[in-house]
Design a protein around this ligand. Structure first.
Ligand code: NAP
Length: 321
């Protein structure tokens, strides 16, 4: 079948190992289902996979794509939940030490077909297109858990999103606005800040800017480049929720500020199947649709990867079959 895959790990030049071509049709294990992929979105995770981060060398070649939406063999339209846990695990599957995301152990969704455990295929809401639904399983689920499970923010409180145009960043802005938080965002260019404002941010700032007042919560995926600003932007008792470190590990943890102002730091990764179901319902109830900056055929996937690598995002990049 046709697929977009990582041929080998390549730390220095990730795009050099991106391949578009034929891969074997998948077998369908008992209790799993086959999904004909209609759309899947690009996540930074796919670039990490090309670099060989978070995946063992012996797992290559690996079909990329850790979210998606498509159709089961019986015609049911579904959204993929990417977190695949040990069937014996009970409770929050993001805490299962044996959990993997699509593309870490099992082949991903940038292909004609992907196979997942039956519980990982959720009904697609009628109101979302396949491209919109494809954004939900990774970036949007991560943003949902950061905001509604981890942050403890109350409607009316102020949140800061580090980054304005990325997949997780735009999801945080859109979900935060819909939930009644005061939403601030930083963006590296005027154009990127304008995207966040169009999506409902109440104000935007240059990276590192002094804010009009300190905030209740900061949402981090950037890491080194913004960590210090995140810690300095918090009110006493405030919380930073972090799910990524694109620019690397923080050079200073700001420990004195952390204990003296009784700040809190919460790590967050993906979300549970139930949280994905709640996210889909929330989007339907509030008529929230993910910001898609680019929609490309799978055959032009390289163009999408190049854009993300160069920081040229305007929301999600989605590939369609
Ligand atoms: N833990 C999880 O479950 C999980 C899930 C999804 C993503 N993540 C992580 O979250 C991060 C973002 O993923 P994504 O898919 O949203 O990526 P993306 O669409 O490429 O977005 C990148 C974001 O980083 C921001 N950014 C600000 N300063 C940056 C800098 N110096 N270098 C690079 N980026 C900078 C960008 O802001 P501008 O708008 O100003 O360009 C943009 O909002 C990645 O590290 C990813 O691995 C983690």
């Amino acid at each position: 079948m046709f697929a977009v895959y990582a041929s080998t790990p390549n730390k220095e030049d990730p795009l050099a190992s991106l391949a578009v071509g034929e891969r074997p049709d998948p077998d369908v294990p008992e209790g799993w289902v086959r999904v004909a992929v209609r759309a899947a979105s690009l996540n930074m995770h796919d670039l990490w996979t090309l670099r060989g981060v978070g995946i063992k060398p012996e797992q290559f070649p690996m079909i990329l794509g850790c979210d998606g939406a498509g159709v089961l063999d019986d015609g049911t339209e579904v959204v993929l939940h990417s977190v695949i846990g040990d069937p014996a695990w009970r409770g929050d599957e993001t805490l299962d030490p044996k959990r993997t995301l699509l593309t870490e152990k099992h082949q991903g969704s940038f292909a004609e077909h992907v196979v997942v455990p039956a519980r990982n295929a959720l009904p697609k809401p009628d109101g979302l297109s396949f491209a919109e639904a494809a954004c939900m399983g990774t970036a949007w689920l991560t943003a949902y858990r950061m905001l509604f499970v981890k942050s403890g923010l109350q409607p009316g409180q102020t949140m800061l999103v580090q980054g304005a145009s990325g997949g997780v960043a735009t999801a945080l802005v859109q979900l935060g606005k819909a939930a009644g938080f005061r939403v601030w965002a930083t963006g590296r260019t005027e154009e990127k800040r304008a995207i966040a404002e169009r999506l409902g941010a109440h104000d935007t700032f240059e990276p590192g800017a002094r804010l009009p007042e300190r905030v209740d919560a900061v949402f981090e995926t950037v890491g080194k480049a913004t960590w210090s600003h995140s810690m300095k932007s918090l009110k006493p008792g405030g919380i930073v929720v972090i799910s990524g470190a694109t620019s690397g590990d923080a050079s200073s943890a700001e420990l004195q500020r952390l204990f003296f102002l009784q700040l809190r730091v919460a790590g967050s990764t993906m979300g549970t199947r139930d949280e994905l179901a709640d996210l889909l319902q929330f989007c339907a109830l509030r008529d929230v649709r993910p910001q898609i900056g680019a929609e490309l055929p799978f055959s032009d996937a390289k163009q999408g990867f190049e854009a993300m690598l160069n920081g040229q995002t305007a929301g999600k990049i989605v590939f369609t079959g």
